[in-house]
Design a protein around this ligand. Structure first.
Ligand code: THU
Length: 136
């Protein structure tokens, strides 16, 4: 099993690479694969606003583009100056999680004072619409 502190530390490290000149809200995510590998991501904003990408989706798309399909947990940290409040994933990122992850997928929210809150994907996205709905 993972060391949740290590996963949160990886998210905090990724946060330092956030490109967020418009919101000044920097987010980092660290995604754990079933085989124990970690893929990280940060939010990447755009002058046209719409093309901006959240840290969680950066991590998922990086991992999937490298051939990964099985994930067990993600750690997320975010905030302006610091990451002293919990940063919950947006609805779009929850839907991306639902594409690749089971209901038991763990979502760890970290705070710089060491506090951690943990949710399952089912808790944050109940009664989801996913690939299973399109099976014939
Ligand atoms: N953001 C994330 O990257 N992940 C979240 O969980 C919440 C929001 C980003 C999007 C945007 O770049 C900035 O934070 C402010 O919304």
């Amino acid at each position: 099993m993972i060391d949740e502190r290590a996963l949160i530390a990886a998210a905090a490290e990724a946060r330092t690479r956030s490109y967020s000149p418009y919101s000044r809200f920097a987010v980092g995510a660290a995604l754990l694969t079933a085989s124990g590998k970690i893929y990280t991501g940060c939010n990447i904003e755009n002058a046209a606003y719409g093309p901006s990408n959240c840290a969680e989706r950066t991590a998922f798309f990086t991992a999937v583009s490298q051939g990964e399909r099985a994930f067990t947990a993600i750690a997320i940290v975010g905030g302006r100056e610091d990451w002293d409040s919990f940063c919950a994933p947006c609805g779009v990122c929850r839907q991306v999680m639902a594409e690749f992850c089971q209901d038991s997928f763990r979502i760890l929210l970290g705070r710089s004072d060491g506090a951690v809150r943990e949710f399952t994907l089912k808790e944050l996205l109940p009664m989801r619409f996913g690939p299973e709905n399109l099976q014939e």
